[in-house]
Design a protein around this ligand. Structure first.
Ligand code: C2E
Ligand code: MG
Ligand code: MG
Length: 560
């Protein structure tokens, strides 16, 4: 009896020792009591090292904690747990195991140990991963294929719906690609597709998807768009067309191809992936049919807007050299005496084709394209020259001129240099120049804005906060930034004689500004009662149609 039992035990122990699977035995708390040689071989931990430790020595940290919770719940309830777990060897290498853990119970049914049997399945997992990759990625370009693209698009739509954002889908088809294939051969065609994929990928953000739908068709999914986005989409579409303006050199041969792009936008043009893709395809066909090397929006209205914008951009680029800009001056007067103390220079654009374009329309385009920087440099020069003219005429030596500065200038251009250059060139004293800055700027890039504003105030120019009340109106700006003047937006002035609330707001703005040593301008004053009321509230300066509309600078000169 005992002999037989001992023999059986020895066989059993040899079987465990020589098992091709890793075997681990732990106590009820999960502390390791035994590991077999295969475990040592795979994990890199010796029996001595593993003994007394918990199984988490091989935890990779890449599995969800939920899995471990479920594992413990199962085995503590006396049942076997099976699963695939990603683990870590002593040397840090990761590997997949198929694990089964069973409780061992004594005669009374009380759990005394757990035994785990593990099989390394890394090779199988790798193979699966490769299959999945092949099912989702294009073998030639390594881009996501149609299947994955549709999946990504659906996910993007779910997110956009939740975050109330837009998604743009660009369907891109190469023009005359077939000709390249036919004349230069398929290997050249393949190289061209790979290069095209590379160029497309480099043109988008990391969060966007570039996919190959098949043949010479690509798809771009752009996420995280809000409101103002159409302009960005147009800019990107133009950039993509530009990517194809350089020839493709493949195996010493040069090939030229252009692209046609169709664009759809969620939620305007559809709210599911298939519909958006189909509509983008339709828009692409239109682009190809009408002119090639072009883009079309699915919604016709957007095309109109995009075309107008492109036209405006084109003319804006040449407006400076063609001398199409001029400055109008709007007087700034003292509220008490109505005496002129200066003027705001406002930009006017007159183009032979587009006519006179309002600044609210062309300035955003000039900002987006960066053209605003040379334009503002020109305005600064003009304005300083003008102010010097006033002073030299001796009429009004203390008059100042105000110039609007766009946020773009703070980030991209060298504003400080442009300002000091214009002052020096015209020998104008810095107090005669005021720069108007909107709140939006401070919100977008407070750190950068602060340092530029302090540099400017060191030069000695005056700074005023424009359109106050229309943006975030955080009072903290006034404390932190070196402004001398606050301009209350005309939206408040308009209602001041009708709405009690507006009076209260304007009174508070004035009191607060004065408390911080700032002067206040009421903008857009159109009537005598508005002027009277502002004066009674202690407003320092006034600007508006009631005094004068913006007028050509020669005319302003005659006012003086
Ligand atoms: P802003 O800086 O707040 O300029 C005041 C605007 O209000 C001007 O419009 C002016 O004509 C208008 N305005 C003045 N008084 C009255 C009034 O009593 N009633 C009404 N209804 N409007 C009045 P404008 O010239 O069309 O300029 C619009 C905006 O375009 C400006 O707002 C400014 O943000 C921008 N802008 C104009 N010129 C320039 C410039 O040279 N550079 C930059 N960066 N932006 C400029
Ligand atoms: Mg202004
Ligand atoms: Mg304003």
């Amino acid at each position: 009896g005992r002999r037989k039992a001992e023999h059986e035990l020895r066989v059993l122990s040899m079987a465990v020792e020589q098992s091709p699977a890793s075997v681990v035995i732990t106590d009820v708390d999960g502390c390791i009591g035994y590991v077999n040689p295969q475990f040592v071989k795979i994990s890199g931990y010796t029996l001595a090292e593993a003994k007394g430790k918990k199984m988490n020595i091989i935890k990779s940290g890449y599995m969800s904690e939920k899995i471990y919770e479920e594992l413990w719940r199962t085995i503590l309830s006396g049942q076997e747990w099976r699963g695939e777990v990603y683990n870590k060897k002593k040397n840090g290498e990761l590997f997949w195991e198929n694990i089964s853990i069973s409780p061992i119970k004594d005669r009374d049914g009380v759990i005394t140990h757990f035994v785990g049997v593990q099989e390394d399945i890394t090779t199988r997992k790798e193979y699966e991963r490769r299959l999945i990759h092949e099912a989702h990625f294009d073998g030639l370009t390594e881009l996501p294929n149609r299947l994955l693209a549709l999946d990504r698009l659906s996910q993007a739509l779910v997110r956009a719906r939740r975050k109330k954002q837009m998604v743009a889908v660009m369907y891109i088809d190469l023009d005359r690609f077939k000709m390249v294939n036919d004349t230069l051969g398929h290997p050249v065609g393949d190289k061209l597709l790979v290069e095209a994929a590379r160029r497309l990928t480099s043109s988008v953000r990391e969060s966007d998807t570039v996919a190959r739908l098949g043949g010479d068709e690509f798809l771009i999914i752009l996420q995280d768009f809000q409101g103002e986005s159409q302009r960005q989409i147009v800019a990107l579409a133009q950039e993509i067309l530009g990517l194809f303006s350089n020839p493709f050199t493949c195996e010493g041969k040069e090939a030229f191809v252009t692209a046609s792009i169709g664009i759809t936008i969620y939620p305007d043009d559809g709210d599911d992936a298939t519909v958006l893709l189909r509509n983008a395809d339709a828009a692409m066909y239109k682009a190809k049919g009408e002119e090639r090397n072009a883009f079309r929006f699915f919604t016709p209205g957007m095309n109109q807007e995009a075309i107008e914008r492109m036209e405006m951009e084109y003319h804006l680029r040449h407006a400076l050299e063609k001398k199409e800009f001029s400055l109008h001056d709007q007087p700034l007067v003292e509220a008490k005496s109505k005496k002129i103390i200066g003027a705001e220079a406002l930009l006017r654009w007159n183009n032979p084709r587009l006519g006179s374009v309002p600044p609210d329309r062309f300035i955003p385009v000039a900002e987006d394209t960066g053209i605003i920087i040379p334009i503002t440099d020109w305005i600064l020069e003009e304005a300083c020259r003008e102010a010097k003219g006033w002073q030299e005429a001796g009429e009004a030596p203390s008059l100042r001129i105000a110039v609007n500065i766009s946020s773009r200038h703070f980030v991209a251009g060298d504003l400080v240099r442009a300002v000091s250059g214009a002052l020096k060139e015209n020998k104008l004293s810095p107090e005669a120049l005021e720069l108007e800055i909107t709140e939006r700027l401070l919100i977008e890039n407070p750190g950068k804005a602060l340092s530029v504003l302090y540099e400017l105030s060191r030069i000695g120019v005056r700074l005023s906060l424009d359109d106050f009340g229309t943006g975030y109106s955080a009072l903290s700006y006034l404390k932190e930034f070196p402004f001398q003047t606050l301009k209350i937006d005309r939206a408040f002035i308009r209602g001041i004689t009708i709405e009690k609330k507006d009076v209260a707001l304007v009174r508070a703005m004035i009191a607060m500004s004065h408390g911080m040593g700032l002067k206040v301008v009421g903008e857009g004053v159109e009537t005598e009662p508005q002027l009277e009321l502002l004066r009674s509230l202690g407003c320092d300066w006034i600007q508006g149609y009631y005094i004068s509309k913006p007028v050509p600078s020669e005319q302003f000169r005659r006012f003086l």
